[in-house]
Design a protein around this ligand. Sequence first.
Ligand code: GLA
Length: 711
Amino acid sequence: MKSWILCGALLTFGMNVLAETTIIPIETDNTALVYAVGDNGRLYQNYFGKRLSGKADYAALPQGKEAYLTHGMEDYFEPALHINHPDGNPSTLLKYQSHTVKAVDGGTETVITLADPEYADRVDLHIVAYPKENVYKEWAEIFNNEKKDIELEKFASSLLHFRAPKYYLTQYNGDWASEVHPHDQELHYGKKEIDTKLGARANMFVSPFFQLSLGKPATENEGDVLVGTLGWTGNFRFTFEVDNRGGLRVISGINPYGSAYTLGKGESFLTPEFIFTLSDRGKGKASRDLHDWARNYSLKDGLSDRMTLLNNWEATYFDFDQDKLVSLIGEAKELGVDMFLLDDGWFGNKYPRHSDTQALGDWDVTADKLPDGIGRLTEEAKKQGVKFGLWIEPEMVSPKSELYEKHKDWVITLPNRDEYYFRNQLVLDLSNPKVQDYVFGIVDDLMTKYPDIAFFKWDCNSPITNIYSTYEKMNQSHLYIDYVRGLYNVLDRVKAKYPALPMMLCAGGGGRTDYEGLKYFTEFWCSDNTDPIERLFIQWGYSQVFPAKAQCAHVTTWNRDASVKFRVNVAMMGKMGFDINLHDLNEGELAYCKQSIKDYNSLKPVIFNGDQYRLVSPHDGNHAATMYVGKDKKKAVLFAFDVHPRYDEALYNVKFDGLDPSLTYNVREINKSDGSQGEEKSYSGSYLMTVGLPLFSTSKLSSRVYEVNSI
Ligand code: GLA
């Protein structure tokens, strides 16, 4: 007899009730992940692929590989779980106990309970399926029901098995100011790991996501591809291991490096969410599904609007005073943006923050720089009709600060070694509840004193080095993990008290870019590199996983060879802001920026909430094009860029995507540099998508924006 769970209210099934074969298909509209209990009582992953036609198909599947494999038993490859038991036994055997299925927001959650018959430990595998978006998220909870402590050496969120003739992995790595460069490789026998050990600014070198093509390299619109990302604002690890028979396992979770975790009797360990989608229509579809999922269920205020802004960082760096800021707030108004954002340099009195060498930790307004406090600035913003945002870096401390002098015990640093500074600073020990209270207090005090603060840019410039905590309850190997949990504790409190407060997640550029962090942040700073050419690549990289509205893209003076129009058009493809001295713009350029903000405001609904189509990759040549199509397919916007065309180069049409082939569309160029608009022409959706239009030119560093409206 077979038992079936497809969906529904909470249903519980157990071994005692059922006969031998329990099959658990977890479906989305397009895919199915199928688990089954073997005759030996263990759980197997029988299938992950295109959704099959029904029960009979799922029953016909041969037994696959064991799910959530453990260390110390018969398997020869990397396990998901490794527990050291109190008696010294390092093995775990997991047998199926029961499973439940219940409806959750947007989908169903299946919880499969596994337990070791010899030891009292239990593992609950949670798998949430979002049918419409074809997205899954999976995590594990490990329970210590033994009489003494157990040690977790490995504790993955997810282990997935694949079987294909070939595997191609795309990872996204880089460094400060050169984030998310894609690198492809074919996987062969053995192990490939993508991980980070940076602790706080965890994604400085590598982003927590990947694409895995099955059989052949996937393109934008073709091929089977798994796109996965871990929701954890700390050390992560993805392990890809090809075995002797060509099977591949993908293990995702917190990086267990330096993080053996002791679990007390009666305690449980919750792993972070591994979020993934399997597309049979290439990377573009996978991205769009992830964008939809993020907006609907995960990203903070995913469906709401975002504010355009003027940020003073690149316009002033640390060199400003009250008068200058008051005049910049006026400039924000003149430009027509929603908000003025005051960046680094406004705090510290004993050690004023005149450079990045001091003052982190002393969050009192520098009196001789801003004599009338933040209140004068929020008041000015109110007067001008713009919102006011503020930069903070609350997890950090400068060795030259009053906080450091008072609370050296709050700092992560080795007691018997020289201190090591990254950007002249150290990381506070967020595993300590007192430090959590202090960090929450920074936001809370500012909001209490200045309730008109409407936005925070939350920065984090240092990784964790010289790792050691003096917090008395601390087990040192817990610190990487408990740091992140401490951070979430603070962010939970901020979110609970100020639910409507939007915040930007920043870590020296894109050093923190994960979906758990983005439950608290409405957007993230992609990179300190705002050269528009570089940004074409960086935003292309992030768009694989994150929607445009989450990606902060500012117009600056990086790369003055590029026109203001080019810079603005690149920024329009994300959440646009300006970080520029308006006096650096001539009259025509300023007028262009003002018009662009108006244009952007009317295009925003499509850019933020529509479907993104990456039409022509900057990685493939001298041009790039991206398109956003409204969900009803009535309105779209297309951005076309010529980066460094060759002399007399042959140009090809840009083929549109995502339109309704049966509708007729008016296409016209908008947002031209002289303020005019192009001539409107009509085409069928089918023509635009099959033949396309000649939108590229041989003019170096030129850009064009096209509005597409159905008739
Ligand atoms: C980091 C951020 C920048 C800016 C500076 C301020 O580098 O990425 O945008 O806020 O800090 O010090």
